[in-house]
Design a protein around this ligand. Structure first.
Ligand code: GLY
Length: 386
């Protein structure tokens, strides 16, 4: 990896941080820094001279960032067209895929051209999937505009849409050719959206880097405020993800570690109808606490480590208990059997056996196949009463 870690998190970093995702012929750079959106056109022109582009974005991102993105392309002489979708998880659907794919075809985007996903995880996943199928595959650039997308979903090539049967059940591995993560664009996020993305940052510490977790405990306020600490947190997260993706692009092994907190989290998102009652990162926060507590119950880590994870997430303003979810007492949420049924639908289930990402130390996650469903059910039933 070519990434630099030398910038002091306290001083503004003068140049972008580049994290390289080492995937051979599918390798690419993640460019992280303040105002790097202004470099979008120059970087695309250098990467793919003469390419035409189409920007896919949603209405609310368009209000803030579409014109700056178009201006950056125009300044470098890169032709572009805009495709603006509706907002929210509902767009990650067959209908959303049809809209974006047809618009790309109508815009005459060809094999050598580039599709640009400008937005959060929904836009990145949907656009990447459309790019993977239009003309049997067009390259794409991720310009993530949420913290969650910058540290997780824009990196690693997972693209897709939801099925009526569940989240992300249709999709493709399609790596971007470039990721531009402008730390400044995060200033237009709501505090709740920012916190939800921060749960994924914490995840990298909990799953693989105890020192990074301790650094986050000490620097959370500065990360929220922006500047070099924010850039450092994003770069460290991207480095952690890049390293895992480089050794297991297709999730046949270690990449599953990135699902820490997601088996519980996806079930909670499904139980709340993938609505604003629970953002993805909030589900991951509660799921990460549950995974830590389950690890402690199984004697894998001390209870004090699980409590430390929960405390940092709670101090960051994230939900850590099931009871904090809006409408907790509604049917399907406060019910261990219903949550178990939802977990059985998740992709992390193999032949009826649950796979969990648990901790054998704070900073060392492990994949545990074959977790006894009854044990998890009883654990959840206790948590629902706690
Ligand atoms: N978000 C998990 C992964 O990219 O594998």
């Amino acid at each position: 990896m070519t990434a630099s870690t030398s910038a002091s998190p306290r001083n503004p970093a003068p140049t972008p941080t580049i994290v390289h995702v080492g995937l051979g012929e599918r390798a690419y750079d993640i460019v992280i820094g303040h105002d790097v959106l202004a470099e979008l056109g120059a970087r695309i022109a250098a990467l793919r001279p003469g390419a035409r582009t189409a920007i896919v974005t949603d209405q609310s991102v368009a209000k803030h960032w579409l014109e700056p993105a178009e201006a950056a392309l125009a300044a470098a002489g890169v032709a572009t067209t805009r495709i603006v979708t509706g907002e929210g998880e509902a767009v990650k659907s067959y209908a959303g895929l049809e809209q974006v794919s047809e618009a790309l075809i109508a815009a005459k985007i060809e094999r050598n051209d580039l599709v640009i996903a400008l937005g959060g995880g929904v836009i990145g996943d949907l656009t990447g999937f459309a790019a993977s199928i239009v003309r049997r595959g067009v390259d794409f650039v991720q310009v993530p505009t949420t913290l969650l997308a910058q540290v997780d979903s824009s990196v690693g090539g997972k693209t897709g849409i939801n099925s009526p049967h569940g989240k992300n059940l249709l999709g493709a591995f399609h790596q971007p050719v470039l990721v531009i993560a402008d730390t400044q664009v995060l200033d237009t996020l709501s505090p709740r959206q920012f916190r939800a993305g921060y749960a994924e940052v914490v995840k990298y510490g909990v799953l693989g880097d105890a020192k990074f977790f301790a650094w986050l405990e000490a620097n959370r306020a500065e990360i929220v405020n922006g500047g070099a600490a924010r850039e450092h947190a994003i770069a460290e997260s991207c480095r952690a993800k890049a390293a895992i993706v480089a050794r297991d692009e297709r999730e046949t092994g270690d990449r599953a570690l990135l699902n820490l907190g997601h088996t519980f989290g996806h079930a909670l998102e499904a139980a709340t109808g993938f609505s604003d009652r629970l953002f993805h990162g909030e589900g991951v926060s509660i799921g990460m606490v549950l995974a830590s507590e389950l690890s402690a119950e199984l004697g894998m880590i001390p209870a004090s480590d699980a409590a430390r994870v929960a405390k940092h997430l709670a101090d960051s303003g994230l939900p850590t208990r099931l009871q904090e979810i809006a409408g907790f007492s509604q049917e399907g949420l406060a019910d261990a059997d219903a949550l178990m049924a939802l977990m059985a639908q998740d992709k992390k289930v193999k032949r009826g056996r649950l796979t969990f990402i648990l901790l054998k130390a704070l900073g060392q996650a492990v994949i545990v196949n074959d977790v006894q469903p009854q044990l998890v059910r009883d654990f959840l039933a206790r948590k629902l009463k706690a």
